[in-house]
Write a protein that binds this ligand. Structure first.
Ligand code: KG4
Ligand code: ZN
Length: 335
């Protein structure tokens, strides 16, 4: 396996990338339609699908060209594409394109699970990696703690029983009038706020690995209704602290029970400053390696899909051209 072209269109990012078998990134192009969705306070599936159709051709051509390949006949060894989970209309654009390229160039193609892609993000351009690893996978759609015994060998220890961490960020940001997406806005504002200004409950203090963010969101709404003069920055800082505390507490709990060489972060919320700082501290405390994806590789991108594809193509082989998109594909169904 030499070079793999990755294609990602599960949500609002149209992305293509070229990655080699050692997970070095040769190119990574991302075209986001986020501006089209801002007025609606969230991703509008029809608009996202249309934007993917508009951008996919040029994004793939750019990714191949930047990697020094001929965009009409690239010397690649395979094509990896997100085939789930995600928005069905969006997934289908990437999947149909990948099939068309695979036929035109006579290359194998493989459908990749988007969440498995996020698990590969910290491996991109990494010098070395020692397993096993405990990973916090936190995005707009998912929040879970995953034990990774090796690349592609993962066990979901626990996940959110209601909202995802990123979803809670987006909902609280909407409540505070900070626009969409909420994560980056709250994170920025939290830098200027007092994290102890609001008394918020730390949810899910039990012995398991389950997570929950819905109650925290409600607690923010209640507290700000009661305390109308509280500064928005203080609310942001208090909420951010409560989210990081819950996630890190559960990871600490997992670290105490599983002997691992490292901890990692993946998913859009991996860009969060409080979480990144907390992970670094936790790693130092337990004497394990800390793997944080670069900021560019936290949010949806195709390099992580290509990396997962390198692995899947070599372990499972190519997918059939009849493969369909699976909008609800669970990570626990991938082995
Ligand atoms: O992984 P991703 O790009 O899309 C999904 O697969 O869901 O994650 C997007 C999520 C959004 O909810 C966004 O608000 C959140 O990641 N996010 C953040 C930050 N940057 C993005 N959440 C907290 N802090 C951030 N700095
Ligand atoms: Zn994602």
């Amino acid at each position: 396996m030499g070079l793999v072209l990755g294609i990602e269109t599960s949500c609002d990012e149209t992305a293509a990338a070229v990655v080699d078998e050692r997970f070095h990134v040769h190119s990574s192009v991302i075209e986001s339609s986020i501006e089209d969705h801002k007025a609606f306070g969230g991703v509008v599936p029809e608009l996202a699908g249309r934007a993917h159709v508009q951008h996919i051709g040029s994004v793939v051509t750019r990714a191949l060209t930047i990697a020094g390949l001929d965009p009409l006949d690239p010397a690649i060894d395979g094509i990896a594409v997100t085939s789930g989970p995600g928005l069905i209309g969006s997934l289908l654009v990437g999947l149909s394109s990948a099939k068309a390229y695979a036929l035109a160039w006579n290359k194998p193609f493989v459908g990749v699970n988007h969440l498995e892609g996020h698990l590969f993000a910290p491996l991109l351009d990494a010098d070395s990696f020692t397993w096993p690893i405990l990973t916090l996978l936190v995005s707009g759609g998912h929040s879970m703690i995953v034990l990774q015994r090796g690349p592609g060998d993962h066990e979901v220890l626990g996940e959110t029983i209601d909202d995802a961490a990123g979803e809670a960020y987006d909902k609280v940001a909407r409540w505070l009038g900070l626009g969409y997406p909420g994560g980056p806005a709250i994170d920025k504002l939290a830098q200027e706020g007092d994290a102890r200004a609001l008394k918020l409950p730390v949810s899910m203090t039990g012995d398991d690995y389950d997570l929950s963010f819905s109650g925290l969101k409600t607690a923010v709404v209640r507290a700000t209704e009661k305390q109308r003069d509280v500064a928005v920055a203080d609310v942001a800082a208090s909420f951010q602290r409560a989210v990081a505390e819950q996630l890190l507490r559960k990871l600490r709990h997992a670290l105490a029970r599983h002997e691992v060489a490292g901890i990692a972060l993946g998913g859009g919320v991996a860009a969060n400053s409080a979480l990144r700082a907390g992970m670094t501290e936790l790693g130092a405390e337990f004497g394990v390696e800390v793997h944080l994806p670069t900021m560019a590789m936290c949010t949806d991108n195709a390099a992580m899909i290509a990396a997962a594809g390198v692995h899947r193509l070599s372990v499972d082989g190519a997918s059939a051209l009849t493969l369909s998109a699976n909008p609800n594909w669970q990570l626990s169904e991938v082995s």
